[in-house]
Design a protein around this ligand. Structure first.
Ligand SMILES: [Zn+2]
Length: 457
């Protein structure tokens, strides 16, 4: 799992405007003054004391330290030569590279090209080799080796945990989470994928080698810790405050429920009503086998009675409906067993009524899981256990940030945006690039508030 974002490098990422010419106009100018004026505020916002020399007291004035050209490949056309400036702290003389936000550290492709490649590879039904092939169609100079796309996915997955990214885009820690686990195949062995989401929005993904409480507890701990650290860093939580979701919806796997209860003692467990109903279906199948005289309409009638319990508008109504059902059917041992379970789970199946914002179903996360499973199958020879979590993190980032398709109800928006992330009209890979150095909102000047420094250079 990727650790905290690495801010130790002396590189600043600066947004110059929606068009590339907004940057080039300043960066290519003979006189550097306008460029230097522009970068003062964003550099002050992101270059903390730890990046300056120990003796530095100022951190607030930067002057030019040369310019070099860098080749940059876009999605279409030939590579372009782009000027990159270096600047120096006027106080301690530490030198920083200033990258415009459409260029990422260590990548030859611009953010638009990287966004398309990662979307092809992680959000569409295309293998990594096919993605690389599509890329080469854009020009003869675009050579690639068999692991090229794989390395790109690993690079994305290592940039920062998806939970960090969501909070740097302005989201607050989720109060109601869905948790699910699903099996996948790794080198012929069965493994499990563990996901925590807020509706369809993925906050955490990792693999487990078994489904015992001993596997769930550290995974849940990592989820909680990641959110806690990011939230504390952004002052969404006080430094001694811990993060605990209010509700956790699970599909009913006992070990997962126990682990959540252990790790989030104050939280309320919910159990997906759909999964609860499916288990009633299984019981009714067994009952029908034991009672061949039961006709279809009688069976439907039984099912309706159970559905009526699940549909109860309160815990009291649930208990009352269950009691009546027990009076009518409790003599049968098969049905009595299911009724006992519904009795035991009366809180799990009605807790959602106390939390209008919580989902009664875990189906939003099921959809994402199905796609993820198919994706992992196509990774073929690269299914190496130590890199799976990085891949899952990269997938979660793309899943959350890619815009919905043009014919979708929320066309152009992303999942993250529908949950309140503010990308300020900036394409997602470029916004992500800015988030590698800080909180997006504090790094993008609002129109009209850009302060032109009066310092002389
Ligand atoms: Zn300094």
């Amino acid at each position: 799992m990727p650790g905290k974002p690495n801010n130790k490098q002396r590189t600043a990422i600066v947004y110059f405007g929606p068009e590339r010419t907004d940057y080039l106009k300043l960066a290519e100018a003979e006189a550097r003054s306008e460029f230097l004026e522009y970068i003062q505020t964003p550099l002050q916002a992101q270059l903390g004391a730890e990046l300056h020399k120990e003796t530095c007291r100022a951190l607030s004035r930067y002057t030019g330290h040369g310019r070099r050209m860098r080749r940059l490949q876009g999605w279409v056309g030939e590579a372009q030569e782009i000027p990159i400036h270096r600047v120096r702290c006027c106080e301690c003389r530490a030198v920083f590279t200033v990258l415009p936000s459409f260029i990422m550290r260590y990548r030859r492709q611009d953010t638009d090209c990287l966004e398309k490649l990662l979307r092809l590879s992680l959000a569409m039904h295309l293998s990594q080799r096919h993605t690389a092939l599509v890329y080469t169609w854009g020009g003869a100079e675009r050579a690639w080796g068999p692991t090229w796309m794989w390395n790109l996915v690993q690079w994305l997955g290592n940039l920062m945990p998806v939970a960090w990214l969501l909070m740097r885009l302005g989201l607050t820690p989720p109060r109601h989470v869905l948790s699910d686990e699903k099996f996948a195949v790794l080198d012929g062995e069965r493994i499990y994928l563990f996901l925590v989401s807020q509706g369809e929005l993925i906050w955490h993904a990792e693999w487990l080698d078994n489904l015992d409480e001993t596997a769930f507890e550290p995974a849940i701990e990592r989820f909680l810790t990641q959110i806690e650290q990011a939230a504390q860093q952004q002052q969404l939580l006080a430094s001694e405050q811990s993060y605990q979701p209010e509700t956790m919806n699970t599909d009913g796997w006992k070990a997962a429920q126990n682990a959540w209860k252990q790790k989030v003692p104050q939280g309320n467990l919910l159990e997906c009503l759909l999964h609860g109903r499916k288990r009633v279906d299984v019981t009714l199948d067994t009952y029908a086998q034991a009672h061949p005289e039961l006709n279809e309409s009688e069976r439907d009638h039984l099912k309706e009675k159970f559905d009526h319990v699940f549909a109860a508008p309160s815990l009291a109504a649930y208990s009352q409906r269950l009691r009546r059902l027990r009076e009518a059917l409790g003599d049968d041992p098969i049905l009595a067993q299911r009724l006992d379970i519904l009795q035991d789970k009366r809180f799990l199946f009605t807790n959602y009524l106390k939390f209008p914002e919580a989902s009664a179903f875990s189906s939003p996360i099921d959809r994402s899981m199905r796609f993820l499973d198919e994706k992992l199958q196509t990774f073929g020879q690269f299914r190496v256990s130590k890199t799976i979590n990085t891949t899952l993190n990269a997938w979660a980032i793309v899943n959350n940030l890619r815009p919905f398709l043009p014919d979708a109800k929320k066309a152009g928006q992303s999942l993250a945006a529908t949950f309140g992330a503010k990308l300020k009209g900036i394409p997602w890979m470029e916004a992500l690039n800015i988030c590698t150095v800080g909180v997006l909102d504090t790094l993008i000047p609002s129109p009209g508030t850009l302060k032109i420094s009066d310092t002389n250079f």
